[in-house]
Design a binder for this molecule. Structure first.
Ligand code: HEM
Length: 394
C-alpha cells in the first residue's frame, strides 16, 4: 500500500509505485517517524542524515558481514569470501586494500583521456544516427566500457559478458532479490588473461600477494578473484548508468540551470554532486544489528535489520536547506550517496569523472534538450531506482 501525504506512514522497499517517487514519504519519515518499523518485512529504517551516518560509521553495531541488502540478511545466506561490500573488518580491510591499489587518485586521474575518448566515440556514433537515448546509448555503454577496460575485458566481449549477468545481484521490480552470483561469468576470461597478461585489474589481482586474516601470506583464490571482479562490475556499472539517466532527466526539467552549465563548464563537478545527492542511484543500504542501539530514545534491538535511507538523508533540511529543490549551485556538503565509513564507495572518483565527462560532451553536442516521455521507461527494484530508457527529442 502506498501512503499519501496525509495517510498512514508506510515505507515498503518492494512497492514499485511508492519507489517511483518516495520523497514525500521520506519527508514524512524524517519529520514524523525518524525511527520507522515495518512489521510486514520486519525491518527498521532511519531517514535523518545524522542517524544514517551513525549507522554507516558504527561498524561494530551495524555490520555488513551478513549482507548489506535486506533480503540477503533475512535469508541468512552464507556470504562467500571476496565480496568486500558484504564483509566486516578485519577481512574487509584486507580485501579493500588490495582493490584500492587500482583506485588511487592518480590512477583515476590518468583514466580521464580514455574515459573522454570512449564518451566521444559513443556520442559521435549517436550523432550520426540522429537518435539519442541517454540511458540505452550512453548510460549503459560508457560505464560498461570504462569498467570493462579497468578490469581488462576485451571490448568485443564486454556487451556479451555484461548481458550474461555479471551482476552480483539479480532483482526484478517489486520482487525480493533472486540471488548472489558466484562470479562464474568471468571464469573463461580469467583463464584467458592468465595467458595474456596486461595492465589491468585482473592481471594485478591474479598475482598480488597479501597477508590474510590468519597471518598467512598468499594470493587470492580463484573464487575470491571471480567475486572481486563481479563486485567491481556490479558496483561500477549499474550505479553510474542511473547517474547518467538522472542527469538527462533533471537537466531537461531545469533548462535555465542546463544553460548555465553549457556556458560555464567549471560548474560541472558541482552539478554532478547535486545530481547524485538529489537522485542517489542506491536508495538505501541495509545492516544487521549486533547489539541494542538507541535512536531518538527508542531501541533498535540486537538481531534486527536496519535500513539506512540514503535518499531520505540526502534531502534532510537540517543539512540541505530546501532539500527537495534541485540546484546545481548548491554547496553540496557531504551527501551520503556514496555511503560513509569503511565501505565508502571505492569507485566514487571514477563515477564522478564519468559523470562530469558525460555531461560535458553531451552539452557540447546538445546544449538544449527535451525528453520524449512517451517512450521513456522507469524501473525500480528493491535496491535501486532509475531510468531504463530516456530518449532525447532531437
Ligand atoms: C554514481 C555511481 C556510484 C554510486 C552511487 C555508488 C555507491 C556506492 C555505495 C553507497 C557504496 C557503499 C555500500 C555499503 O556501504 O554497503 C559503494 C561501495 C562500493 N563501490 Fe560504488 N558507487 C558508484 C560507482 C562505483 C564505481 C564506478 C565503482 C568501481 C568501478 C564502484 C565500486 C565500489 C566498490 C568496490 C564498493 C565496495 C567498497 C567496500 O565495501 O569497501 N562504485 N558504492
Amino acid at each position: 500500500m502506498t501512503a499519501t501525504a496525509t495517510g498512514e506512514i508506510h515505507y515498503d522497499p518492494y512497492d514499485v509505485d511508492l519507489n517511483t517517487d518516495p520523497f514525500p514519504m521520506f519527508r514524512r519519515l524524517r519529520e514524523e517517524m525518524p525511527l520507522y518499523y515495518n512489521a510486514e518485512h520486519d525491518f527498521y529504517a532511519l531517514s535523518r542524515l545524522d542517524d544514517v551516518r551513525t549507522i554507516l560509521m558504527d561498524q561494530e553495531t551495524f555490520i555488513s558481514g551478513r549482507g548489506a541488502i535486506l533480503e540477503i540478511i533475512k535469508a541468512d545466506m552464507p556470504i562467500p569470501s571476496g565480496i568486500l561490500v558484504f564483509e566486516d573488518p578485519p577481512i574487509h580491510d584486507i580485501h579493500r586494500k588490495l582493490l584500492a591499489r587500482m583506485f588511487t587518485p592518480q590512477r583515476i586521474r590518468a583514466l580521464e583521456p580514455q574515459v573522454r575518448a570512449e564518451c566521444v566515440r559513443i556520442l559521435d556514433d549517436v550523432q550520426q544516427r540522429g537518435d539519442f537515448d541517454f540511458v540505452a546509448d550512453l548510460g549503459l555503454l560508457l560505464p560498461m566500457r570504462v569498467v570493462g577496460r579497468l578490469i581488462g575485458i576485451p571490448e568485443g566481449e564486454q556487451s556479451e559478458m555484461f548481458e550474461n549477468g555479471l551482476d552480483l545481484l539479480h532483482s526484478e521490480p517489486g520482487q525480493p532479490l533472486a540471488g548472489v552470483s558466484s562470479g562464474e561469468a568471468f571464469s573463461d576470461f580469467v583463464d584467458w588473461r592468465a595467458e595474456h597478461p596486461s595492465d589491468d585489474l585482473v592481471t594485478e589481482l591474479r598475482t598480488v600477494e597479501f597477508e590474510d586474516e590468519h597471518g598467512t601470506v598468499r594470493q587470492l583464490t580463484r573464487e575470491e578473484l571471480l567475486l572481486y571482479l563481479t563486485v567491481v562490475a556490479t558496483a561500477g556499472a549499474d550505479t553510474t548508468t542511473r547517474l547518467i539517466g538522472a542527469m538527462g532527466k533533471l537537466l531537461a526539467e531545469h533548462p535555465d540551470q542546463r544553460r548555465q552549465l553549457a556556458d560555464d563548464r567549471s560548474l560541472l563537478g558541482n552539478a554532478i554532486e547535486e545530481i547524485v545527492r538529489y537522485e542517489p542511484p542506491a536508495t538505501h543500504l541495509a545492516r544487521y544489528v549486533t547489539r541494542d542501539a538507541s535512536f531518538n530514545g527508542q531501541t533498535v534491538p540486537a538481531g534486527s535489520v536496519v535500513l539506512a535511507l540514503l535518499a531520505a538523508a540526502n534531502r534532510d533540511e537540517a543539512h540541505f536547506p530546501n532539500g527537495d529543490t534541485f540546484d546545481v549551485h548548491r554547496k553540496v556538503r557531504a551527501h551520503l550517496s556514496f555511503g560513509n565509513g569503511t565501505h565508502y564507495c571505492l569507485g566514487n572518483a571514477l563515477a564522478r569523472l564519468e559523470g562530469r565527462i558525460a555531461l560535458d560532451e553531451v552539452l557540447t553536442r546538445w546544449p538544449d534538450w527535451e525528453i520524449d516521455m512517451t517512450r521513456a521507461r522507469y524501473v525500480t527494484t528493491s535496491l535501486a531506482r532509475g531510468w531504463a530508457s530516456l530518449p532525447m527529442v532531437i
